[in-house]
Write a protein that binds this ligand. Structure first.
Ligand SMILES: CC(C)(COP(=O)(O)OP(=O)(O)OC[C@H]1O[C@@H](n2cnc3c(N)ncnc32)[C@H](O)[C@@H]1OP(=O)(O)O)[C@@H](O)C(=O)NCCC(=O)NCCS
Length: 165
């Protein structure tokens, strides 16, 4: 789980809460209450992962395991991993942390028996879209007016193999 000399990925623990909230507020307009983070962690501890550098939380990903129709075949139901929020502090961008966080979360979703991973992203968020495409995500559909400010979301999804290479 060691990324570079100074970065480490590990599971979230409740004492990381302030650091995660700081990253969330600095990076995204979608912010959550402390209880929201803690509840997600309680329900799906394996898919809540932080990136730490020199004792500081510099990134996180938190997800939910859901049951629903697949993003592409739209037939039957299956377990799906839903990325609720992922962010890396701007001072640590382009070091591979976002990529590593998502890969780690995808492996954790496999451990929960999820068959796909999906997420919503603002259509203007080209850096995130580049990252997801690099990981192999494909566009499933568009959600009109998904965000509070009226922006559309693109739903991206990827099939999860039994283990993430
Ligand atoms: C999206 C985000 C998590 C990426 O984190 P990161 O650690 O900088 O990403 P990585 O260094 O792992 O980048 C991996 C790949 O993603 C793509 N990418 C990342 N940032 C990019 C940018 N600004 N422009 C173009 N491509 C980018 C590239 O393909 C990159 O590979 P490369 O560096 O070899 O070219 C980060 O920009 C962020 O926190 N943004 C604000 C919050 C956010 O938008 N979250 C997603 C909401 S859906």
């Amino acid at each position: 789980m060691v990324l570079e000399l100074n970065y480490q990925l590990r599971r979230f623990k409740p004492s990381d809460l302030d650091g995660v909230i700081r990253v969330n507020r600095e990076c995204l307009p979608e912010n959550y209450t402390a209880l929201f983070f803690i509840n997600l962690h309680k329900r799906f501890p394996g898919t809540f992962i932080v990136a730490e550098a020199d004792g500081e939380i510099v990134g996180y990903i938190m997800c939910r395991i859901e049951t629903g129709i697949p993003s592409f075949k739209l037939l039957g139901i299956r377990k799906k991993g839903h990325v609720i929020s992922v962010a890396v502090l701007p001072s640590h961008h382009r070091k591979g942390i976002g990529y590593a966080l998502i890969r780690e979360a995808m492996q954790a979703m496999v451990n929960y028996n999820a068959k796909e991973c999906y997420l919503e992203v603002r259509e203007s968020n080209l850096s995130a879209i580049h990252l997801y495409k690099k990981l192999g995500f494909e566009t499933a559909r568009t959600l009109r007016n998904y965000y509070a400010d009226g922006e559309d979301a693109i739903v991206l999804a990827i099939h999860l193999p039994r283990s993430i290479e």
